[in-house]
Design a protein around this ligand. Structure first.
Ligand code: RTP
Ligand code: MG
Length: 143
């Protein structure tokens, strides 16, 4: 019988992570944690896709700069699988603000504040089972 604790989450390596050559390092940390890769693709986002993906943030002051940032280069989109991996990948990523993110996390070790209009924090991870299902369907319509 399928184990309900085995989850899937949508992980994005944002344009800053791809630009800085950190794709391998992020994947290394995911695999070292023991999670599996179900899908992995280098993609260019579109305004329509980001409007869906970031629907909860529409209207917030950082929304427009966030979309502009997410369109500034390719992203790596992944579906990651493992026991409690939604919470687990958020723990690997660290706090949203890369300056405040704890050392040992992706954002804490590799990110910092660049003084730009939006926090460029290297990765995205779904924040709940509902978000994961919604976001996986947005990025990988066949899953
Ligand atoms: P994510 O969705 O990317 O995994 O990050 P998160 O849950 O930690 O952060 P969230 O609140 O969902 O915000 C989405 C992304 O918007 C950018 N942001 N910038 N005040 C700011 O400059 C600001 N606030 C949010 C970040 O890129 C954040 O990851
Ligand atoms: Mg979020």
């Amino acid at each position: 019988m399928a184990d309900p604790a085995v989850q899937r989450t949508l992980v994005l390596i944002k344009p800053d992570g791809v630009r800085r050559g950190l794709t391998g390092e992020v994947i290394r940390r995911i695999e070292a944690k023991g999670y599996g890769l179900v899908r992995l693709e280098l993609r260019s986002a579109t305004p329509e896709l980001l409007a869906d993906h970031y629907a909860e943030h529409q209207g917030k002051p950082f929304y427009e700069p966030l979309v502009e940032f997410m369109l500034s280069g390719p992203v790596v989109a992944m579906v990651v699988e493992g026991q409690r991996c939604i919470e687990g990948f958020r723990a690997l990523a660290g706090a949203t603000d890369p300056t405040a993110a704890a050392p040992g996390t992706i954002r804490g070790d590799l990110g910092r504040d660049w003084g730009l209009a939006v926090q460029q924090n290297l990765v995205h991870g779904s924040d709940s089972p509902e978000s994961a299902a919604r976001e996986i369907a947005i990025w990988f319509s066949d899953l």
